[in-house]
Design a protein around this ligand. Structure first.
Ligand code: NAD
Length: 254
């Protein structure tokens, strides 16, 4: 296969699972992440990958990372704008504007720089897939998570628009919407939402479980299965879509 795959936020969680799965089947992988020690670990695990410490909100750092990818590979076939952060939890009347801005900055503005570069190289190639990591939080409202929810809805608007702009050039653009993913990040989110809502962490977990038709959380590998499908010829006519991998969730309110 030998696709050239770029992943932001690729040194842990879902992004690292994407990197491992593409790498394991022989694709070339380039990842960036703000966490230097996680980047070093990813580089040690996949020595032939490009692994760079870069913050998706910093144009100079992203220029350096993406410039290296372009220099080494001449382009990219799959670009995953995946980096994200949970942002603050709380009632909107209690939220700090700087915390709101920081959440929008990583989750939404960070995707802009990645997508702009991907659009430039892929339009020239006449082919490619841009895959944004949104969230089921980008499909409905979630009490006490307004900045994160707004950012993840924003990513879907960005995806829909880029699919229309780039489709005529042969470039597909989709978003993946993970439900609650087992792992350290959701453990942190559950603690934060419990503190904001006054519920116990177990009650918060149950809200997520009961909100899904399949009564389940998902794994990062479930998300990677979807990413591999979208990057495959089987998805050659799939663009402009949000693919939820969440056990079918309609609402976060029980
Ligand atoms: P994670 O915290 O395990 O990994 C996110 C990675 O992004 C980390 O390595 C982190 O260092 C990196 N990162 C954060 N800010 C960055 C920045 N400014 N620049 C570069 N890298 C940065 O979280 P995850 O669960 O793997 O999340 C990946 C994506 O999936 C995020 O966009 C997240 O919003 C989305 N998501 C996750 C879940 C879930 O349940 N875990 C659910 C829905 C959506």
């Amino acid at each position: 296969m030998g696709q050239r795959v770029v992943i932001t936020g690729g040194a842990s969680g879902i992004g690292l699972t994407f990197a491992r799965r593409f790498h394991a089947r022989g694709d070339r992988v380039a990842l960036c992440d703000a966490d230097a020690s996680a980047v070093a670990a990813a580089r040690a695990e996949m020595p032939d990958a490009i692994a760079v410490q870069a913050d998706v909100t910093d144009p100079a750092q992203m220029d350096a990372f993406l410039g290296k990818v372009e220099q080494d590979w001449g382009g990219a076939d799959v670009v995953c704008a995946n980096a994200g952060t949970g942002g603050p939890a709380g009632r909107i009347e209690d939220l700090d504007f700087d915390a709101w801005r920081a959440c929008l900055d990583v989750n939404l503005n960070g995707a802009f720089l990645t997508c702009r570069w991907a659009a430039r190289v892929m339009r020239g190639q006449g082919a490619g897939l841009i895959l944004l990591t949104s969230s089921t939080s980008g499909l409905y409202g979630v009490p006490h998570r307004s900045p994160y929810v707004a950012a993840k809805w924003g990513l879907i608007g960005l995806m829909k628009t880029l699919a229309m702009e780039l489709g005529p050039a042969g470039v597909r653009v989709n978003a993946i919407a993970p439900g609650a993913v087992e792992g350290a990040r959701m453990d942190r989110v559950v603690e934060m939402e419990a503190a904001a809502s006054g519920l116990s962490p177990d009650d918060v977990r149950q809200i997520y479980v009961k909100g899904s038709s399949l009564r389940t959380w998902v794994s990062a590998d479930d998300l990677a299965d979807m990413a591999l499908f979208l990057a495959s010829p089987a998805a050659a006519r799939v663009s402009g879509q949000v693919l939820a991998v969440d056990g079918h969730t309609e609402s976060m309110v029980p």
